[in-house]
Design a protein around this ligand. Structure first.
Ligand code: CO
Ligand code: CO
Length: 367
C-alpha cells in the first residue's frame, strides 16, 4: 500500500488539509513570539521545560526516575487512514525517544468530521494503536471532537533516568552529527499529493515516516551522546539551529553527505516544496554561513536554492539528530550498519566550536 489509495468513496484524506503532517506546524518565529507571553514556571523538579524548545518536558519524580511528557498531532499527510495513524503515532512517540526515554502510556487526540465514515477513523486509530504497541507502551484512552479537518496524534508519557536525559543542547567541539533517517518527507509528500512522485519515492517516504525512532535511540544509548533532538517540522537546519543556539555552538553541515530520499532533488527543482520550507529558511537565515560553498556546480546536481529547500524541508516523523564524540561515532555507525536499520543513517556534519557565542551553521560541500 503506498498510502495514496483513495478511500472507497473516492475521498482522499489529504484533500482535507492545506498542510499535512509536521508541515502544518506553526512557524518557529510565530511560535517564539507567542511563547514569550507565557509566564515562566519554575519547580526544582522540572528538569526540562519549554524555554529551551526541547522535544518534551521532563519532571523528576525520584532520584532514579523522571517523567517525560509530550503531545503531538496533525492533519493527514497520507490518504490511507491506517498509514496516517501509524505516521502520527510514530511522530508523537519520537519526542520521548529524542529525550532518551522509553514511551509507556499514550492517549489519543482526535478531531474528525461528523459526516465522514467512522470506519475511516477506526483505521486511523488502529494504525496509531499498532505503533504504540510496537513501542512497548500502552494506549489508555483519549479525547475526540468533531471538526471539519481530520487530525490525529498522541499525548505520550515516558520514563528516563534523570542522569540520562538527551537534551537538544550540550553538543561539544569535535562532535560528529549523525542523522538516523534520510531527509525529504515534506517534498516527497508534496510530490505525492501532486501525483508526480514515483512509486519508489512514495513507498520510501511511508517507510521512513512509519519507522519508530526506538531502534535508533536504543542503539545510541550504548554510547555517549552529548545532545539529541528529532528532526521534524523545522527541517534539518531549523533543528540544527536550535541545537547550535542552545549550545552556543558553531555547526558545520556537509550538504553532500546528508542522506536524501529518492527523487527529492528533482521534485524540489520542479518547485514541489512545502511552504514551511521557506518559513524555515527565513528563520535560520541569520545563523547561516554559506561561505565558499559553490553549490551551483554540476557536481552538486542543482542550484543552491534546491539544497536549501532540502535542508529546510519540514520533516514528518523524521530521524534523531545525535551529537556524538568523534571517538565513539565510528562504533555507533558500525552498530547501526550491523543491526540493519529500516532507514538510512548518515553523518551530516560536525561541531566546530561550542560553549560560547551565538549559534552558527556553516554549510559546506563535502568533508
Ligand atoms: Co521533536
Ligand atoms: Co514534536
Amino acid at each position: 500500500m503506498n498510502g495514496n489509495t483513495p478511500l472507497s468513496d473516492g475521498i482522499r484524506l489529504t484533500q482535507f488539509a492545506k498542510h499535512g503532517g509536521c508541515a502544518a506546524k506553526i512557524g518557529p518565529d510565530t511560535l517564539s513570539r507567542v511563547l514569550e507571553r507565557l509566564p515562566k514556571f519554575s519547580d526544582p523538579s522540572l528538569l526540562v521545560g519549554f524555554e529551551t524548545s526541547d522535544d518534551a518536558a521532563v519532571y523528576k519524580v525520584a532520584d532514579d526516575i523522571a517523567v517525560i511528557q509530550t503531545l503531538d498531532f496533525f492533519t493527514p499527510v497520507v490518504d490511507d487512514p491506517y498509514t496516517f495513524g501509524q505516521v502520527a503515532a510514530a511522530n508523537a512517540l519520537s519526542d520521548v525517544y529524542a529525550m532518551g526515554g522509553e514511551p509507556k502510556i499514550a492517549l489519543n487526540i482526535v478531531e474528525f468530521p461528523g459526516e465522514l465514515d467512522p470506519d475511516i477513523l477506526g483505521e486511523i486509530l488502529r494504525g496509531g494503536a499498532d505503533k504504540v504497541h510496537e513501542a512497548g507502551a500502552v494506549l489508555v484512552g483519549g479525547h475526540s471532537i468533531q471538526d471539519d479537518v481530520p487530525k490525529y496524534g498522541l499525548s505520550v508519557t515516558g520514563f528516563v533516568h534523570p542522569d540520562k536525559i538527551y537534551k537538544n543542547y550540550g553538543c561539544r567541539e569535535g562532535d560528529v552529527l549523525i542523522l538516523t533517517k534520510q531527509l525529504g518527507s515534506g517534498i516527497v509528500n508534496t510530490a505525492v499529493k501532486a501525483q508526480m512522485a514515483s512509486e519508489e519515492s512514495a513507498r520510501e517516504v511511508i517507510r521512513v515516516m512509519t519507522t519508530l525512532n526506538r531502534k535508533a535511540k536504543e542503539t545510541a544509548q550504548k554510547y555517549n551522546v552529548h545532545a539529541c533532538t528529532d528532526v521534524t517540522g523545522f527541517g534539518l537546519l531549523g533543528h540544527c539551529s536550535e541545537m547550535a543556539s542552545a549550545s552556543g555552538a558553531q555547526i558545520r553541515i556537509n550538504v553532500g553527505d546528508v542522506a536524501y530520499m529518492h527523487g527529492v532533488k528533482e521534485y524540489a527543482q520542479m518547485g514541489l516544496v512545502p511552504g514551511g520550507a521557506y518559513r524555515n529558511r527565513k528563520h535560520v537565515a541569520p545563523l547561516l554561513d554559506t561561505g565558499n560553498l559553490d553549490v551551483t556546480g554540476e557536481d552538486m546536481g542543482g542550484p543552491d536554492e534546491v539544497w536549501l529547500d532540502l535542508l529546510c524541508d519540514p520533516q514528518t516523523s523524521g530521524g534523531l539528530l545525535l551529537a556524538v564524540p568523534e571517538e565513539e561515532a565510528g562504533n555507533m555507525l558500525e552498530e547501526f550498519a550491523r543491526i540493519g536499520m529500516e532507514t538510512e543513517v548518515s553523518v551530516v556534519g560536525k561541531v566546530l566550536k561550542s560553549g560560547s557565542g551565538n549559534g552558527r551553521i556553516c554549510l559546506r560541500k563535502g568533508k
